[in-house]
Design a protein around this ligand. Structure first.
Ligand SMILES: [Zn+2]
Ligand SMILES: [Zn+2]
Length: 359
């Protein structure tokens, strides 16, 4: 490998991702160049790889990605070069361990100006466009507008890779406004659902009930703070939730599976005046009885996207040990074996969060 080349995964089309040698990017005056230590594979990365319409559009319309691009937005690393302007403005130095938030806000659209940067209109997230390469590479640029946070040396590589998904989980839990009397159902114990369990258990609601079809994931949920775990494929989840709530249903239902059926299930097991939190990206449209929202139960519906103002809280949660994550990263592959990593990220054989690290 030449001195100025690096290994990277490059996406050309759905299903056509290649491990290649590409040039190490040159940081400009306001950029930071990091050596990536690891990058998690997100459900979104997988759906993009599989050609999800949310990313590639339909018949050339509503396309989000701009290929070719280097995927990955759940990455951290050490600064190996920094532009002079950036160094002066931020105090970051070569050798610092850092992470950038997944979205790089434009700073000038309506949402950025109103402080709602995570809804930034151009919506540039690392790893979906050629102009903003992601972390499935040995090196990555954190451009001037990137929101960069320090990562303490005490965090493991696995914890650092979980900062992004756990921040999204934390945002979802904040949207649910959990109180000490609430029985909360978290549907889906993938990496994000597990992060929600960990965040929710810090708040001490009356009961955390986790639903998933995989026994190994339910075991993780239990370990991270769930009071009760249920496999809806084996037991009557709605009857169990009603049994735990005097027959009324759960106060809060957080949907974190991406499966339409989980929405239907939530509408059934949530109590009247409950809070329904929707986090997922769906490959298929959801069909359900919308009258439940109004006439039936007068629900509050909360959407969740990304992780505004959550990174610092997650980083300090990992640093102090108050936020549990042990065992959530189950697999680690080099970039050159990304295909095996993507396969594992589908969740078979006990895998939960899969990270790519090194070549
Ligand atoms: Zn992600
Ligand atoms: Zn903006």
């Amino acid at each position: 490998m030449g001195k100025d080349m690096m290994g990277a995964v490059v996406a050309y089309a759905p299903g056509d991702y290649r491990f290649e040698r590409v040039g190490i990017p040159e940081p400009g005056e306001s950029d930071i160049l990091i050596k990536v230590e690891a990058c998690g594979i997100c459900a979104g990365d997988l759906k993009c790889y599989q050609g999800g319409k949310r990313f590639w559009g339909i018949d050339g319309k509503d396309k989000y990605v701009e290929e070719p691009f280097i995927p990955g937005h759940e990455f951290s690393g050490r600064i190996v070069a920094i532009g002079r302007a950036r160094e002066k403005a931020t105090g970051f130095r070569i050798g610092d361990r850092v992470i950038a938030e997944q979205i790089v806000p434009c700073g000038s659209c309506r949402f950025c100006r109103e402080g709602n940067y995570w809804m930034c209109d151009p919506h540039d997230v690392f790893g979906f466009k050629s102009r903003l390469p992601g972390g499935f590479a040995e090196y990555a640029i954190l451009p001037g507008r990137a929101l960069v946070h320090r990562v303490p040396d005490s965090l493991t590589v696995e914890e650092a890779a979980l900062i992004e998904p756990y921040s999204c989980s934390l945002h979802a839990v904040k949207r649910a406004k959990l109180g000490s009397d609430d029985v909360v159902v978290i549907s889906g114990a993938g990496p994000l659902g597990l992060g929600m369990v960990a965040s929710a258990s810090k708040l001490g609601p009356r009961k955390i009930i986790v639903l998933d079809y995989k026994a190994d994931r339910l075991a993780h949920a239990k370990r991270l703070g769930a009071d009760l775990v249920v496999n809806p494929g084996e037991d009557d989840a709605e009857a169990i939730v009603r049994g735990q709530t005097g027959g009324y249903g759960c106060d809060v239902y957080i949907e974190a599976t991406g499966h339409p059926q989980s929405v239907v299930q939530g509408f059934r097991m949530i109590r009247k005046l409950g809070r329904f939190v929707e986090f997922s990206v769906f490959n298929d449209d959801v069909t359900c009885d919308f009258s439940v929202i109004g006439d039936g139960k007068e629900l509050d519906i909360f959407g969740v996207s990304l992780s505004p103002d959550c990174y610092e809280e997650v980083i300090s949660g990992f640093e102090t040990g108050s936020l549990a994550s042990a065992g959530v990263v189950t697999n680690r592959f080099p970039l050159s074996e990304f295909e095996a990593g993507f396969e594992a990220a589908k969740g078979a054989g006990g895998s939960v969060k899969v990270i790519l690290s090194g070549v």
